[in-house]
Design a protein around this ligand. Sequence first.
Ligand SMILES: N[C@@H](CCC(=O)N[C@@H](CS)C(=O)NCC(=O)O)C(=O)O
Length: 209
Amino acid sequence: MYKLYWCRDTGAFAPQAIFEEAGIAYETVPIDTSKGEQHQAAYLAVNPRGQVPALALPDGTVMTESAAMVLHLVDAHPAAGLAPAPGSPARAVFDRWLLYMAVDVYSADLHVYYPERFTDDPAGAEAVKRAGLAAMDRGLTILEDRLGESGGPFLMGESFSALDPYLAMLIQWHPAPAEVCARHPAIGRLCEQVRSRPAIAPVWDQHFG
Ligand SMILES: N[C@@H](CCC(=O)N[C@@H](CS)C(=O)NCC(=O)O)C(=O)O
């Protein structure tokens, strides 16, 4: 069985949303980041970077990186229909937006959450945070434009995919998610669609409720 090293309000939401949507059996191993458990030896043996999530596959292989987990799970469980077929042009589009969100927007958010990690000048932390927020806002504008181009309501157009919970998760980490949704109505509609999906709603409450 899959084993998801888990904490509420973290990137563990992305693989967990896939497990629930696809009806895949998994167990969670709680790692309380508010207590610093991600930096304790037992967890560092799983993920030396001290970040949540981590995912142990049924054969024991351990993965880190939420976007890599998404790619692995959608390919390992194609019947769930959460991504276009590998190698197809639509899949290139899917990969593009998943990587954009993980590399650009998730990273920008980490600058907002942990500004002191990105400067050796204690007086510079506020500036790092502002720059992270500005980068996040630029990224969200690009994603709103993508929803316009796809025709929505989802990042892949009419089809819900594993991209959509990933974007909705990033929005919840913005310091002002309601303002983001008001400023970017297509993103607001997408968040509502994700939040209200029967399989995802309980996971949403666990993480963001
Ligand atoms: N690139 C990683 C980032 C993981 C990450 O930064 N996780 C945050 C929670 S969302 C974390 O573990 N924070 C605790 C810490 O860094 O000390 C991924 O996509 O999985």
